[in-house]
Structures are given as structure tokens and as C-alpha cells.
Design a protein around this ligand. Structure first.
Ligand SMILES: Cc1cc2nc3c(=O)[nH]c(=O)nc-3n(C[C@H](O)[C@H](O)[C@H](O)COP(=O)(O)OP(=O)(O)OC[C@H]3O[C@@H](n4cnc5c(N)ncnc54)[C@H](O)[C@@H]3O)c2cc1C
Length: 469
């Protein structure tokens, strides 16, 4: 047997692990096992040997040490939204953080202390009633951990940056099973790496985020136009966004109106282009700012309106249910969005095999771009737009066609790309040079040094992996 092969696990060792835990140890015979291994992407069907459902940092340290000592692969799960399915492994130990979801605020309301397995809804529902928020993502069930550790692009990015830009400190269980603090004054290189370098450096058991004031209601903007008008509307959107205030963050999103009573029946099945934005400021001011976006000719529907932050944060939830759809997503940063780029996008989109497929053009700018490339493990942020090709389909027999469509379209778009991409929209993790390409050589090499310090044997490799220097 090689040094790296898993050791047979004797039942005594499993019993000892079980009795050391405050949380639960689930094996395949356990009633909750199958539910616990389900992640968001229905393509992912993996069976860990053991699932440790942790309750505290000591449980996490015990699980890490057990996996390391038995040379077992480790997967760490928070929200389970990672499209490549990194939250779950075949064989090995899945460290399930999802029951560690408590959120506490500082009485001065400038900080949120968030346990490592929380979802964004746990954070938003704890902070918004106090008129505070920290930038998260667009779906309330996405995990704080995965989203933050690889960046975190949401509605508040224009004024407050990415989720990782608001990470002030973190408590991390390392591959050695030690609990360490990462802050500006302790292990500052680890904090730098956690702001974009993914789950490579250990299991984050606690996050400390900076909080910002938010109004009781914000203006949500969502005029919906027919997809066939995209080549005419997208240039107008691009030109408008070039001078729009940075309080306005958003994306242009292609999708299909679901056959759902929440939408008028005559629109069911229509392919559409939504100009979805949030104005991070007084709602009345926001309503004036977004008016031109709602006036690019007749809309099919318009969901714009003033609403509380927590409502905005759950608007898309029903469209993205856990474990129902199969998906393959891949992104690329665009050098610009001239008319030729737009025509290339719409022409590729018209060839999609599945009508459930999304594609989004995210506008970057404001605070997220004021962070220097070497200030965080996220790397370069200078691209003005990101294109995300999000194939979604129902049936396994259509896997190959949908994956091929994304790969072909992604490859064709490379002539418009800066060459970088967003690691939270990762394909199926099949591309060995993906992480280096995404982050750039300088950031990648610096991350390898931090990886060498905290995980020299690459115990944490179910992620956008950085090999230790
Ligand atoms: C429906 C949907 C909507 C999305 N919307 C957005 C969006 O608006 N903005 C955006 O930026 N991204 C978005 N994403 C992408 C999302 O950020 C990534 O999928 C992210 O990886 C999800 O984090 P998670 O904790 O839910 O994932 P998981 O699958 O649980 O984990 C993801 C990765 O993080 C690691 N990890 C998990 N927990 C920890 C921890 N406590 N410590 C260390 N490592 C850990 C895992 O090992 C894995 O490698 C979306 C994804 C989906 C499916």
C-alpha cells in the first residue's frame, strides 16, 4: 500500500470519533446520510464513507485529524452550492458545517460574527432588522463560506466591494487540527489568502465581517424584455451603466419565464432578458436612477419596486431549488462589451440545447475595483464585465450536449476575454490550469506559499486547488 492510500478504518476508531463529537457522525446506514450528501447540482452523486456533522470547532478539528490520520480525502460542505460539487467526496470524510450557522452582531453594529456553515439568509436575517448588511450573493441559500472564500459578487458590490473585501478576520482549523486566527495582526498572510483563494487553507469555523448601513427599503430594478431584442437593448444598457452611480449594481440576465402561477400565463416559456439591479441608497433616489433602464421600449414584465433588503435577497430562491436540476457553469471576464461581443453572446445563446439555461453579463465597477490586485487573494479585478454561461437542464441524457455547448461558447468567447475567470462559477473542476489562469501567476504563486504553510500535504484539495509551493 502506498503512503497516500487510505488506511482501513477500524470500527473502534470510528466509535472513538463518534463519542468525541458534540455533533453527529453519519455513515451510509444512518437514516440522515442520503439527505446529508445531496448538494445543489443534481449531477453530483457522491458517497462519503463518513459525514461528520459538526457543532463546534472541536468537532471540526476531530474530523480533520481523523481524516488526516487515516489518509482519507476530505470534503468541506457549507451551503453545498458549489457547481463542481466540491462539498462532497466519494469515500473519505465529508465535514458538514451546515449546522454551525449562528450569527452574532457587535452591539455597536459594525461587525457580524458568522459561524462557518451559515447561509446568507442566516446573515441577512440577523443584520437587516438592525439596518445593517454585509455584501453576500443573490440567493439566500448559498453558503457564506464558499461564496466569500472565492470572492462573492452581490448587489452591494458597487459601494462596498466583494464579500471577501468585507472579511475582517476568520478562525480556521488547519490541516494539523490547530485553531488559528487570521486577521490584519495575526497570520495576516492567511487572511490575505482567504480573501479569494478558496477553501485551500483549512476549515473556516468563524467569519468576522464589516457591516454597513442599509435603508429600510431599497429599489430593486427588473424590467424584463424579450430576448430577441437583446442586440438592441444591451448596447443601451452598457452605455447607461458606463456613467451610472456606483450605488447601482447589477447584471443583464437571459432566462426563460417559468411555467409558474407567480408569472402571467401568457409569458410562460418566453425567453427574456432581465436588467436586474439594486440601488444601494434611498429607494426614491433609486427609482429616479433606474428609470431609463425601464424605458428601453415595451417591457414584457417589470418586477421593479422598493422592498426590504431581505426580500430582495430571496427573490431568486424559487428559481434555483437544491438538488433538482443538472448544471454546468463557466465564466470569463470580458475586456469590454462592444456590439460585436454582444452579437457573439446572443448568437451562441441561440444555440443552447436547454431552455432552462441562464446567461448573465455582470457589470463590475465601484468599490470592488478600488481594491489593488495584490491586496487580496482574489487577484485582478479590472475587467469591466463578466460573462457567466449557466447551462441548466433536467435529464441526464442531455449532459453531454449541455456541457459541450458551454465549453464551445466559452472557448469562442476567449477572444473577448481578459483571460481571467471567476472561481465560484467553475465548470466541473476539470481544468488543471483553471486556478492559475483565474488568479494570475503572481497571486497564484503567493497563495502557494500560504498553502505550504498551512496545508503542506494538500489535505484540503476538494476545491479550486492550489498546490503547495
Ligand atoms: C444558485 C446559485 C446562485 C449563486 N449565486 C452567486 C452569487 O450571486 N454571487 C456569487 O459570487 N456566487 C454565486 N454562486 C456561486 C457560489 O458562490 C459558489 O457556488 C460557492 O462555492 C458556494 O458556496 P457554498 O458554501 O454554498 O458551497 P459548498 O459547495 O458548500 O462549498 C464550496 C467550496 O468551499 C469550501 N468550503 C465550504 N465551507 C467551507 C468552510 N467553512 N471552510 C473552508 N472551506 C469551505 C468547500 O470545500 C468547497 O470547495 C451561486 C451558486 C449557485 C448554485
Amino acid at each position: 500500500m502506498s503512503d497516500k492510500a487510505p488506511k482501513l478504518i477500524d470500527s473502534g476508531a470510528i466509535d472513538a470519533l463518534r463519542s468525541s463529537l458534540r455533533g453527529e457522525l453519519l455513515d451510509p446506514a444512518h437514516a440522515g446520510y442520503h439527505e446529508a450528501r445531496v448538494v445543489w447540482n443534481a449531477m453530483i452523486d457522491r458517497r462519503p464513507a463518513l459525514i461528520v456533522r459538526c457543532r463546534n470547532a472541536a468537532d471540526v478539528a476531530a474530523a480533520v485529524s481523523f481524516a488526516r490520520d487515516h489518509r482519507l480525502v476530505v470534503a468541506v460542505r457549507s451551503g453545498g452550492h458549489n457547481v463542481a460539487g466540491y462539498a462532497v467526496c466519494d469515500g473519505g470524510v465529508m465535514i458538514d458545517m451546515s449546522h454551525m450557522n449562528a450569527v452574532r452582531l457587535s452591539p455597536s453594529l459594525d461587525r457580524a460574527f458568522v459561524e462557518g456553515g451559515a447561509q446568507w439568509r442566516d446573515v441577512d436575517m440577523a443584520t437587516a432588522p438592525f439596518g445593517r448588511a454585509t455584501p453576500g450573493g443573490l440567493i439566500s441559500a448559498t453558503g457564506v463560506a464558499g461564496l466569500t472564500l472565492s470572492g462573492g459578487i452581490g448587489w452591494l458590490r458597487g459601494r462596498h466591494g466583494l464579500a471577501c473585501d468585507n472579511l475582517v478576520a476568520a478562525d480556521v482549523v488547519t490541516a494539523e487540527g490547530r485553531l488559528v486566527r487570521a486577521s490584519e495582526t495575526e497570520n495576516a498572510d492567511l487572511l490575505w489568502a482567504l480573501r479569494g483563494g478558496g477553501g485551500n487553507f483549512g476549515v473556516v469555523v468563524g467569519f468576522e465581517f464589516r457591516l454597513h448601513e442599509i435603508p429600510s427599503e431599497l429599489m430593486f430594478c427588473a424590467p424584463i424584455y424579450p430576448e430577441e431584442r437583446a442586440n438592441e437593448i444591451l448596447p443601451r444598457w452598457r452605455d447607461f451603466m458606463a456613467t451610472a452611480p456606483e450605488r447601482l449594481s447589477g447584471l443583464a440576465e437571459f432566462s426563460t419565464i417559468p411555467s409558474d402561477p407567480a408569472y402571467p400565463e401568457e409569458c410562460w416559456g418566453r425567453r427574456v432578458l432581465a436588467l436586474a439591479h439594486v440601488y444601494d441608497g434611498p429607494a426614491e433616489e433609486g427609482e429616479r436612477v433606474i428609470a431609463p433602464l425601464r424605458a428601453f421600449g415595451d417591457t414584457l414584465l417589470d418586477f421593479s419596486g422598493a422592498m426590504p433588503y431581505c426580500t430582495i435577497q430571496t427573490l431568486y430562491d424559487a428559481i434555483f431549488p437544491k438538488g433538482r436540476d443538472r448544471c454546468y457553469w463557466k465564466s470569463t471576464y470580458l475586456k469590454g462589451l462592444d456590439d460585436e461581443v454582444i452579437r457573439d453572446i446572443t448568437s451562441r445563446l441561440s444555440q443552447r440545447p436547454s431552455d432552462m439555461t441562464f446567461a448573465s453579463i455582470w457589470k463590475f465597477g465601484g468599490a470592488m475595483q478600488r481594491v489593488a490586485p495584490d491586496a487580496s487573494g482574489f487577484g485582478d479585478r479590472s475587467a469591466p464585465f463578466m460573462l457567466s454561461l449557466d447551462a441548466i437542464w433536467a435529464d441526464a441524457s442531455n449532459d453531454a450536449a449541455n456541457i459541450a455547448w458551454v465549453r464551445d461558447a466559452w472557448t469562442a468567447m476567449q477572444r473577448h476575454s481578459t483571460g481571467r475567470l471567476y472561481l465560484n462559477f467553475p465548470g466541473l473542476g476539470e481544468d488543471a490550469s483553471l486556478v492559475r489562469n483565474a488568479l494570475g501567476e503572481t497571486t497564484y504563486d503567493r497563495l502557494r506559499e500560504v498553502k505550504r504553510r498551512f496545508d503542506p500535504h494538500n489535505l484540503f484539495r476538494m476545491n479550486q486547488n492550489i498546490s503547495p509551493a
